[in-house]
Design a protein around this ligand. Sequence first.
Ligand SMILES: [Zn+2]
Length: 331
Amino acid sequence: MNKVLIFLLTITSISCSSDPNGKIITVSGLISPAQLGTTLAHEHVLVDFSGAANYTPENYNQQEAFDWILPELLKLKAHGVQTLIECTPNHVGRDVVLLKQLTEKSGITLITNTGFYGAQNNKFIPVHVIDMSAEAIATFFIAEFEQGIEGSGVKPGFIKIAVNRKPLSEFHAKLVRAAAIAHRATGLTIMSHTGPATPAFQQLEILSEEGVAPSAFIWTHASDEKDWHKLVEAARLGAWISIDKFGWNASLLNGELLLYLKNEGVLDKILISHDAGWYDPNKPDHPFKSYTPIFETLIPNLKVKGFSASEIKQLLVKNPARAFTVEKRTL
Ligand SMILES: [Zn+2]
């Protein structure tokens, strides 16, 4: 083979291997969806609720946080968990250097995000962002996708936004539009802290105006909606439904909601998780919510209710692999 051909083949294989399309972006780089394994789709390691004006990684001792969090991640191995989707947004304690150290020492795959968290009345939004256009906000998300986060080389595996639990404000509508624009450019899935159905469907409407399919959207904290049929409606449109309060809401652990969703035929659109962790440097005793009730309580209850091993695998393995694959999902 001549040297030019070898050179061209090398270049081609390098560019193919760095193409995130059809892959999943972890804090350690790209993996194939089949490598994701058993996945908790919504957890946190460290959170800092100081607010965008006061948050800085200097607020805490990274080594102390690492020592605290690592054993909690290691407990997941006994349950066969391979991946944890780390949903802490920028300005709420997203620390990709810490995540990289944790993934290296624990062997648990971690996935981080780009985005802005608008819930709690924009406390976590830097003031200059409020008046930016949707396009300008999207440019920031896209830059993190292309160049990595804060010079760390770590790239986001999804877009995380958050809106208040009521009809969307003008700024929150803009945030959703920015996420849609960034999705079109990157193929990153949009996870939105939402809660009730009203803002969930309003967000799907904005996505539709921007030509983005519901399958690019994760309705997060969906179990806060009391009318379970709304979840089915959104799932039938193609949206991902995140039942992620298993760390907070003990009554959810009986599995009734999941049984309802199974009987409605939408199990292939459901993600499950605890929304747990939350090492908070501002709390002196650092209370930490365990990542294990799904394995200790929920799954045994699901088995009693007749869930098969393959249905449980659907929730913990197959669905997250599809939901977090980088793919432009346009209308
Ligand atoms: Zn959360």
